[in-house]
Design a protein around this ligand. Structure first.
Ligand code: SAH
Length: 519
């Protein structure tokens, strides 16, 4: 439990390395177009949302993978390419009147009942936890089991990304994404004084695409790549293997430890190590952390306002053995997190909400990051969809590019929630006096300021028509907002921009000054 306080971070502004950074940026962006690994790229387009079910006071901006969830009060304003139809069936009853246990009013669609005989391993496991406890589990526990249960979690046994999978992320849209994050990392490394040993950590690297593009893009900058030791924090053995393959890793003898051969990415000759958690990475070296769409996978507790206060939303078993939501009659331990979060939010902000989500794991992770950066130097880049405010009811499930019910066939759909950037800022400030926090800014501002326009121009100089089309579409999807104006194909396939739906925040050691491009 942490003690909440509110203070604005003192930004140590130094002009130091902007000259050098910009020169590096210019050189990097003007490199000839060599990396067409994913071109021509499959395009994943978003059918339009089905008709809205109720007026949307949706948290703005509406975001990719955004909304459906169990709330009737919020729906996506638009969907992103891969994250398509809103499930109009999904509703939760409004906050109940004067009752202490509100099971009846909570949504429990009959079509989602599961015959015990067809239960998957994960469903059996979830049911056994609920039965063993003799009562419901929190949404956070449900989410954690569904996503990362070591035997049957959503991420554990398969590749869930891309057209054949369940959703797509920015690094999978275009190689330019990883390249731009690479530019950011190199600029920070410059600001750090070009240390000759740096940990480059990626949290939740998915297929390893971002890191592969980063290394390919940076491979000409030997001083930088030779300083790197890459650490991939990944819970999924399947994805670890995919990352190993996409980083083109080979094993080489480790002279210090003959028993353990170490993996080296042949993309830039950098050693790569895998870990289950950030804490496992040895401290003592300056560190650059990248967390792209990692925070949104961390488990959230959900609360609902009822007449006598806030109740935690829980997952229980109905009589027919299907999952259903209920409200906890008693205060739960997680209510402490809600109280802490509410303490430093404006009263009016809380007053207008009937649902609130809190993510204690995000707080813990941010504190670990901030302490590490505060003591070892370096910085972290967090990019995700979310809000710079208290998050209301954002948890959603996506299977094969469609929104589905959160309780339907757990383990077969991705679960994710909006990231509370205000909470991240607060947690980082609280954890270390040696870090400064910057942003959030929109993905469009982030990529634009790093020079993605120049990069796309450079790539377009040397490509086929098909590749050019794919590059332009990818570029639009990364930085655009709304529907692509140039689109001439079928309406239901119009690319939708992710530029304002995703936000970028940096946590850096104060010694480093203000990171590019968070001026
Ligand atoms: N960053 C990638 C993938 C995002 S999906 C991209 O943008 O394409 C989330 C990733 O985090 C997956 O690789 C998933 O396996 C991993 N992950 C989720 N929860 C995790 C946890 N608790 N510990 C470690 N890895 C986790």
């Amino acid at each position: 439990m942490y003690i909440a306080f509110s203070c604005s971070s003192k930004v140590v502004r130094t002009e130091i390395t902007y000259h050098r950074n910009h020169e590096m940026l210019r050189r990097l962006l003007l490199q000839s177009a060599t990396c067409y690994r994913r071109l021509p790229n499959a395009c994943y387009f978003a059918p339009q949302l089905s008709a809205p079910v109720s007026p949307p006071p949706a948290p703005s901006p509406s975001i990719t993978r955004s909304f459906s969830s169990s709330s009737s009060s919020q729906i996506p304003n638009s969907s992103l390419v891969e994250h398509v139809e809103d499930d109009a069936n999904q509703t939760t009853s409004p906050p109940s009147a004067a009752i202490s246990v509100d099971r009846s009013g909570l949504y429990n669609p009959p079509e989602h009942s599961h015959a015990p005989s067809s239960d998957s391993e994960l469903i059996k496991h979830l049911k056994s936890i609920i039965k063993f406890r003799g009562g419901p589990i929190s949404v956070a526990e449900y989410m954690e089991e569904v996503l990362t249960n070591p035997k049957a979690g959503f991420y554990i046994n398969r590749d869930v990304f891309g057209a054949e999978g369940d959703f797509i992320t920015s690094p999978e849209v275009s190689q330019m994404y990883g390249e731009m994050v690479g530019v950011w990392a190199m600029c920070l490394w410059e600001q750090m004084g070009q240390p000759n040993k740096v940990n480059l950590v990626e949290l939740g690297p998915g297929r390893g695409t971002l890191m592969a593009d980063l290394l390919r893009g940076a491979s000409k900058f030997k001083n930088f790549t030779e300083s790197l030791h890459i650490h991939m924090v990944e819970c999924s053995p399947t994805l670890q293997k995919l990352q190993h393959s996409n980083l083109k890793c080979k094993y080489e003898d480790n002279m210090d430890d003959k028993m353990n051969k170490r993996a080296v990415s042949t993309l830039a000759g950098t050693p790569v190590t895998w870990h289950a958690a950030l804490e496992q990475i040895p401290s003592g070296l300056p560190t650059i952390v990248i967390a792209h769409e990692f925070y949104d996978a961390l488990p959230v507790h959900q609360f609902q306002r009822v007449s006598h206060g806030w109740c935690e939303k829980m997952v229980d078993l109905a009589e027919d053995s299907s999952f259903r939501f209920v409200l906890s009659p008693q205060p739960t331990p997680a209510k402490l997190y809600l109280m802490e979060r509410s303490k430093w939010a404006a009263t009016e902000e809380i007053a207008k909400l009937d649902h609130i989500e809190v993510c204690p794991k995000a707080t813990e992770l941010t504190q670990t990051i901030a302490k590490r950066i505060g003591s070892d130097g370096g910085g972290a880049l967090i990019i995700d969809y979310g809000m710079d405010a208290v998050v209301s009811d954002s948890l959603q499930a996506i299977r094969q590019h469609k929104f589905v019910n959160i309780l339907d066939d757990p383990g077969s759909a991705d679960l994710s929630a909006y990231v509370d950037f205000a909470s991240i800022r607060h947690s980082a400030e609280e954890a270390s006096g040696d870090v400064s926090i910057h942003g959030p800014i929109t993905q469009s501002q982030f990529l634009g300021s790093l020079g993605i326009n120049f990069r796309v121009e450079a790539l377009l100089q040397n490509c086929t028509d098909e590749q050019a089309e794919s590059l332009r579409t990818g570029y639009w999807r990364l930085v655009g907002e709304g529907e692509a104006p140039f689109w001439e194909g079928p309406d239901e396939q119009v690319p939708i921009g992710m530029g304002t739906r995703y936000l970028a925040m940096a946590i850096v050691n104060k010694r480093q000054g203000v990171p590019v491009p968070f001026k």
